[in-house]
Write a protein that binds this ligand. Structure first.
Ligand code: NPG
Length: 372
């Protein structure tokens, strides 16, 4: 496929309810949607950045810069047969993984469409439905959390993840356990603790949690090994894993027993698949994280989560959990057994609805290859 045109959009979508974590509160999701055109094909991808550098150092502004000034010029007018060809063209660019992931995803979509394959098939997916859960932000008090969790369980979510932060941890787990007994439950600290807080996690070790996600610093692998050695509950790394090389270091150092994969955090679907394969070979389960994506990013997430070693439920909830109206059709809906259906149509398998996309677009820039 010759890459003839690339469009990037800064989008802003209102969330149905505010999402609070140890990093701050979000009321809107601001991402970059990438559209690639060539050979009569269109591909869509989503870069799950944020306005501020609080989860990752990347922002809407840095990703826009990396895309406009480096990544798009590296591929525009070039011919790519495989996503790896595009990654090779921008291999001089270090970091900027979320920016790369958005562009790479759009190319995966277009290239899968060129072959008449669903993205899931092209990636090597093996399931037609993927197990999912719901991630519940910090609430005002334990009672409010119990109400929120109760409502999600009622809707059919079979796995609950709750956010924790210093001073808002053990009491929340206790309240959820008291209200709902042995429901599949995990916690996410988003790097809010230090090794000195190990007793807090030791106290949580008897709570039957599926895993404790990213308790320590966002770049740490070393202290997590020390903490994991003190716990029976698996530690899952998120923020600390940026590549298959990081995954290898974490596994060899016994820093975690589970890995959360987010294509944005690791630079795309190709690297995600490499982490998946490495973990499969080492007997570590992986699961798909979430960045409150629109239906464009969600479709790619569901496709990736259909790979065989994504055995734990993902943070890939139904469209309605996030937005009043998604920008794709069909929207993602929660199915039996807390699952989402993997789209079977070509590429991401959902249609972008132009006027809905236009309504959430804040800014747009288009790049065209020179005619040949
Ligand atoms: O369902 O997409 C979802 C949200 C899952 O909790 C979730 N994401 O730390 O993993 C995280 C958190 C997050 C959200 C991180 C937005 C960064 C931005």
């Amino acid at each position: 496929m010759r890459i003839e045109r690339i469009e990037i959009r800064h989008t802003k979508m209102e969330l149905v309810s505010a999402f609070e974590t140890s990093m701050g509160v979000e009321r809107h999701e601001e991402h970059i949607i990438v559209r690639v055109d060539g050979d009569g094909l269109t591909g869509w991808g989503e870069s799950a950045v944020a306005p501020g550098p609080f989860y990752s150092y990347e922002t809407v502004g840095t990703a826009w810069h990396a895309l406009r000034d480096f990544l798009i010029p590296a591929v525009l007018g070039r011919t790519v047969a495989e996503p790896a060809d595009a990654a090779a063209l921008w291999s001089r660019v270090r970091g900027h993984r979320m920016a790369k992931a958005g562009l790479e995803a759009a190319l995966w979509d277009a290239l899968a469409k060129a072959r008449g394959l669903s993205l899931a098939r092209m990636l090597g997916g093996v399931r037609d439905r993927v197990p999912v859960g719901v991630s519940v932000g910090l609430q005002e008090n334990p009672e409010a959390l119990v109400r929120k969790v109760g409502a999600y369980l009622e809707e059919g979510y079979g796995r609950i993840k709750i956010k924790i932060a210093p001073g808002r941890d053990a009491a929340l787990v206790k309240a959820v356990r008291a209200a709902f007994g042995p429901v599949p439950l995990q916690v996410d600290a988003n790097s809010a603790y230090s090794l000195d807080d190990a007793p807090i996690f030791e106290a949580l070790d008897g709570a039957g949690l599926l895993l404790i996600e990213q308790p320590l610093s966002h770049e740490d692998i070393f202290d997590h090994a020390k903490l994991q050695a003190r716990l029976r509950t698996p530690i899952c790394l998120d923020e600390s894993i940026h590549s298959a090389a990081d995954a290898r270091a974490a596994v060899e150092m016994k820093s975690c027993r589970v890995i959360n994969i987010k294509p944005g955090r690791v630079g795309g679907l190709l690297e995600s698949a490499a982490i998946h394969d490495y973990c499969a070979g080492r007997g570590l389960p992986v699961w798909h994280g979430g960045m409150l994506e629109s239906g464009i990013g969600r479709a790619a997430n569901v496709a990736l989560a259909s790979l065989p070693n994504f055995t734990l439920p993902g943070d890939i909830s139904a469209s309605r959990r996030y937005f009043k109206q998604d920008i794709v059709e069909p929207e993602f809906v929660l199915g039996p057994g807390s699952t989402l259906a993997v789209p079977t149509g070509p590429g991401i398998g959902v249609e972008v609805v132009p006027d809905r996309l236009a309504r959430v677009t804040e800014r747009i820039e288009t790049f065209r290859a020179e005619a040949i």
